[in-house]
Write a protein that binds this ligand. Structure first.
Ligand SMILES: *[C@@H]1O[C@H](CO)[C@@H](O)[C@H](O)[C@H]1NC(C)=O
Ligand SMILES: *[C@@H]1O[C@H](CO)[C@@H](O)[C@H](O)[C@H]1NC(C)=O
Ligand SMILES: *[C@@H]1O[C@H](CO)[C@@H](O)[C@H](O)[C@H]1NC(C)=O
Ligand SMILES: *[C@@H]1O[C@H](CO)[C@@H](O)[C@H](O)[C@H]1NC(C)=O
Ligand SMILES: *[C@@H]1O[C@H](CO)[C@@H](O)[C@H](O)[C@H]1NC(C)=O
Ligand SMILES: *[C@@H]1O[C@H](CO)[C@@H](O)[C@H](O)[C@H]1NC(C)=O
Ligand SMILES: *[C@@H]1O[C@H](CO)[C@@H](O)[C@H](O)[C@H]1NC(C)=O
Ligand SMILES: *[C@@H]1O[C@H](CO)[C@@H](O)[C@H](O)[C@H]1NC(C)=O
Length: 900
């Protein structure tokens, strides 16, 4: 988009000069839906046609009466047709927030007088149902926490609802960190605007350029005003720096002010039962400092709130399960006032499906040779065709009668499958690659040309139905199928099997169908009957006793996770604080109101921690600083609770600042700090719990249950971890240098997605433009940047070095330092680099030999050896490393697709 002229307004503040970009439209996207021309509107906003952002729908136009003047405006409508009805909106800045405003207009454009109703989704969330019979035009506004570089906005017809229709679509970047105070788990929430009121102002709505983010602030007129006061010129006197939402000066300048001792109430009808987020803005525009209680629906949510002269501030409240909203200010001294308010409905964004699952499904789609229309997320907002989900888990895949021609190894990555139907898909040979599907209950491989049972079926501990009819299975039925204790239907009809059926299958709860084979029955004597008809056991009702299989899995996961955490905490340096503090900022669980003042950080009381860990019952790790316990929050979420006993290092202030900062850093490839507790001399950090163990465990662990990592999985882990580091270096503010990148600090979730852990306290770059920070040497032997060692200057390139060592570990499958073999192989970097630079791959891990694509390996090896260059200047940036790894991963994926 064309960058419009940029004018700068300078505000002289109390102590210094702050510049504010005022007319900068960079990042705005304004689409005239169904339009054909570009134009600039009366607010100086540039509009463009929408055709580059969607390939669905038809164009039309409506006559639109706006006040007294009528105008012809374009619209786009979506007739019933196959395929998705979506816009794909580009997001320039992925580490931010974006406001999405949509306007839907019907105005009888089709002459049928039938206003449509339809649903709208944004990203993975189904947001709302638009009903133009109720209001026409209909405007929706959302605040979206960006997590992707493209935001899909889609329409869904509802039966008898008519064609979805839209007239305009606007994207506006919002300031980073805005609208998350007091909102737990912000990144999984989407805000839908209910109200944005410029209280005390009655002269129409305000928007861009007065609001540089182009929010529309509605006038106060509809809401029973008592008294309106417009204030003085406040531009020169106000310090707005603690308001991340940056409401416009013009909005703060006016307030609703009440006479002393009176109450001021806003009755705001809302769309029905739900959770709501309320933001109240106060600016000290009066010559006195009034104090008052704030009540929401009759409950005091903030008592004795004082608005100091020249102060601008906001209060944030989350109201759960309400169906109406009354906001009251009750005077304590002087005149209660309020300058603006916003109310949003809080909607959940469904969890993303694991990227391992998504890649596997994409490979499978390719191998069908069909376009199955599989785009975006498999499960949300609607599950893909041929797929069923439970939450964000893909639990069923039915590809019956497609031409697969072989069982792709990627089926083995769909770990959550309960139902897999590959019947009639031209599969030859051996049944393979499915052993990892531990949740599988129903497997249909009928009507193929399979000739061998393979050895993996016996691993499917939860299998209940196995349909192998009409294949070319030869020889005897393996005894090991008897291990499948849950099995109640085994269909072997019409194969070329012979010999007695194993007695282990001869049980009441199992129906075996065996007709149409050469000779197959439980009795050894009847094998003269070549006609193939034999009697089968009676079917009996199965009483599901799943617990055994599940318990088995739970135990494995539990032990892997435990070991992983033990590893990951060894080198943690957690800096904690000592001041005793009353738990006044923790929530009152029964009040239905959350007031959280530490941004995204959740403040836990010691009591809550005790309850979550069941009184510190289960130790899952032991670090140099103290213990790590498994905890479970009231909402069921598992967490790793790190408790420190000795108290040194940071003071209270710095500790809180840093923890609050860290908890704002949320990224899919970083382990999330959920919150902290700073009470009764306790210093506790609460992290998200990852059950899959550390990369180090999975690569080098002695635990026999560890999963052998294929090359494509290793690349996926490398890509994930590089994304996390890239975010720390380039996406977060302030920039953060990890300082202790190593394979035991890369943790895996249950879906094998990797996340970087233990970045953090006191390690961030202080200044945006600083090139290094000078610190004491810290890190782990084997991973430490040699240049950092000598210069003590820490830069992002030190992390790149350490990450390069991790890449070498992935390629060679060995630890960075060993004391076995010949001395020239002790140090992984020194040993591996010359081989890899020469493209000599004999040092690649035995367990992945023969399965990697040579070009994919060449790329990865090259970027790994560049990352461990001794001269930091010659090392690539993490962004470059990430780009190369993605290439290598993509090549390996298409290699897999090509061989299936
Ligand atoms: C504005 O307030 C913040 C925090 O309250 C303070 O750190 C900052 O120095 C103030 N800025 C000015 C210009 O007074
Ligand atoms: C729109 O921008 C132009 C310059 O591009 C400027 O001259 C004009 O005053 C602006 N109009 C409004 C209404 O802001
Ligand atoms: C939409 O456009 C397509 C192709 O341009 C046309 O065939 C179809 O009739 C149109 N549908 C409606 C309802 O106008
Ligand atoms: C992305 O947004 C953040 C916060 O709004 C800002 O600090 C950063 O400069 C932006 N990055 C780019 C590339 O525009
Ligand atoms: C309200 O707070 C002020 C200090 O901020 C205090 O002086 C005053 O006594 C308090 N009033 C009540 C009623 O608690
Ligand atoms: C809000 O106040 C009105 C009248 O003051 C009352 O009828 C309504 O029930 C209140 N709503 C809630 C949710 O408390
Ligand atoms: C197998 O698929 C073909 C089409 O590919 C179909 O004609 C046939 O009826 C299917 N057979 C069964 C048993 O489903
Ligand atoms: C397996 O698929 C075949 C062909 O689609 C179907 O006839 C059969 O009923 C399925 N088996 C089970 C147990 O659902």
């Amino acid at each position: 988009m064309e960058l419009l002229s940029c004018c700068w307004l300078w505000f002289l503040l109390l102590s210094g000069i702050v510049e504010i970009a005022f007319c900068d439209q960079d990042g705005f996207l304004s689409l005239s839906c169904g339009g054909t021309v570009s134009y600039v509107d009366s607010s100086n906003i540039s509009w463009i046609p929408d055709s580059a952002y969607t390939n669905a729908g038809n164009m039309s136009s409506v006559v639109y009466l706006d006040g007294s003047s009528a105008s012809q405006i374009p619209v786009r409508f979506f007739p019933d047709s196959l395929g998705t009805k979506c816009y794909r909106l580009p997001i320039k800045n992925v580490s931010s927030l974006v406001l999405v405003r949509t306007q839907f207009v019907y105005k009888n454009y089709d002459g049928l007088n039938k206003p449509p109703a339809f649903s709208v989704s944004l990203g993975r969330a189904m947001t709302t149902t638009v009903n133009l019979a109720k209001t026409d035009p209909w405007v929706e506004e959302f605040i979206w926490p960006v997590d992707k570089d493209t935001l899909p906005l889609c329409f869904y017809s509802i039966p008898e609802g008519g064609f979805p229709i839209i007239s305009s679509l606007e994207l506006r970047p919002l300031p980073q960190g805005a609208y998350n105070s007091g909102l737990a788990d912000f990144t999984s929430k989407l805000l839908r605007k209910s109200y944005r009121i410029n209280t005390g102002y009655i002269d129409g709505s305000l928007r861009y350029p007065l609001d540089e983010y182009d929010r529309i602030w509605d006038a106060d007129e509809d809401f029973s005003p008592h008294h309106v006061s417009t204030a003085f010129d406040i531009q020169n006197n106000f310090n707005l720096s603690n308001l991340k939402e940056t409401p416009p000066i013009a909005v703060l300048q006016s307030a609703r002010v009440l006479a002393r001792w009176a109450d001021l109430t806003y009755n705001l009808p809302i769309d029905g039962l739900g959770d709501y987020y309320v933001v109240l803005y106060f600016a000290g525009i009066l010559p006195v400092s009034p104090a008052f209680d704030v009540l929401i629906n009759g409950e005091v949510v903030q008592s004795n709130y004082t608005v100091k002269r020249w102060d601008a501030n906001a209060l944030f409240f989350t109201m759960r399960g309400i169906n109406g909203l009354n906001i009251t200010l009750k005077s304590i001294s002087y005149y209660p006032l309020i300058n603006a308010l916003e109310v949003y409905e809080i909607l959940d964004i469904p969890l993303e499906t694991s990227s391992t699952t998504v890649s596997a499904l994409q490979v499978i789609q390719q191998s069908t040779g069909l376009d199955l229309g599989w785009q975006e997320d498999p499960c949300s907002p609607k599950s893909w065709e041929h797929i069923e989900c439970e939450g964000n888990l893909v639990t069923s895949l039915e590809l019956s009668s497609m031409k697969m021609r072989s069982i792709s190894p990627t089926f083995g990555d769909l770990l959550d499958l309960k139902v897999l139907d590959l019947s009639n898909t031209s599969l030859p040979g051996e049944i393979q690659y499915l052993g990892s599907l531990q949740n599988l209950e129903k497997l249909n491989l009928s009507f193929n040309q399979l000739s061998s049972f393979g050895s993996e079926l016996e691993d499917l501990m939860n299998l209940q139905v196995l349909d192998l009819q009409n294949n070319s299975l030869l020889g005897a039925v393996p005894d090991s199928l008897g291990e499948l204790k849950e099995l109640h239907l085994l269909n072997l009809e019409n194969n070329e099997l012979q010999g007695p059926l194993p007695q282990s299958l001869n049980r009441e709860s199992l129906e075996v169908r065996a007709s149409g084979n050469l000779c197959l029955s439980f009795s050894t004597s009847s094998c003269t009957d070549i006609s193939g008809t034999i009697e089968t056991p009676q079917v009996t009702v199965l009483t599901p006793s799943k617990s055994k299989g599940h318990k088995h899995i739970a135990v494995i996961l539990g032990s892997v996770g435990g070991v992983a955490l033990a590893f990951s905490v060894m080198a943690i340096s957690v800096l904690l604080f000592t001041r005793r503090k009353k738990p006044e900022s923790t929530s009152k669980p029964n009040a239905g109101v959350d007031i959280r003042n530490w941004n995204a950080a959740r403040v836990f009381s010691y009591k809550e921690i005790k309850a979550a860990t069941n009184n510190f019952k289960e130790v899952i790790g032991r670090g140099s600083f103290g213990m790590v316990y498994l905890g479970k929050l009231p909402d069921g979420k598992l967490v790793a609770v790190k408790v420190r006993f000795d108290r040194t290092q940071l003071g209270a202030e710095s500790f809180i600042n840093e923890v609050s900062l860290l908890s704002q850093i949320r990224h899919q490839s970083l382990v999330t700090l959920e919150g902290f507790c700073h009470e009764s001399k306790q210093q506790i950090l609460v992290y998200e719990y990852l059950p899959g163990g550390s990369l180090s465990d999975n690569l080098h662990g002695v635990n026999s249950k560890r999963i052998t990592l294929s090359w494509v999985r290793r690349l996926k882990i490398a890509v994930d971890a590089a994304k996390g580091l890239d975010y720390l270096h380039n996406g977060s503010d302030p920039r953060i240098i990890h300082r202790d990148v190593k394979s035991s600090n890369i943790l895996l979730d249950s879906e094998m997605n990797a996340k970087v852990s233990d970045f953090g306290l006191s390690k961030q770059m202080t200044q945006g433009d600083a090139t290094h920070v000078t610190t004491a040497v810290k890190g782990t032997a084997g991973y430490l940047d040699p240049e950092y060692y000598s210069s003590r200057q820490l830069t992002e390139k030190s992390d790149v070095y350490s990450f390069g060592v991790v890449l070498l570990e992935l390629i060679c499958g060995r630890e960075p330092l060993t004391h076995s073999g010949s001395p020239d192989s002790y140090n992984l970097v020194l040993w591996a680099k010359p081989y890899l630079q020469a493209g000599a791959f004999e040092i690649v891990d035995e367990s992945i030999k023969g399965t990697f694509d040579a070009e994919s390996m060449r790329r990865a090896a090259l970027i790994a050896s560049r990352s461990v260059e001794r001269d930091a200047l010659r090392r690539p940036s993490i962004a470059e490393v990430l780009a190369e790894l993605k290439e290598a991963y993509g090549i390996q994926l298409s290699h897999l697709a090509a061989i299936v």
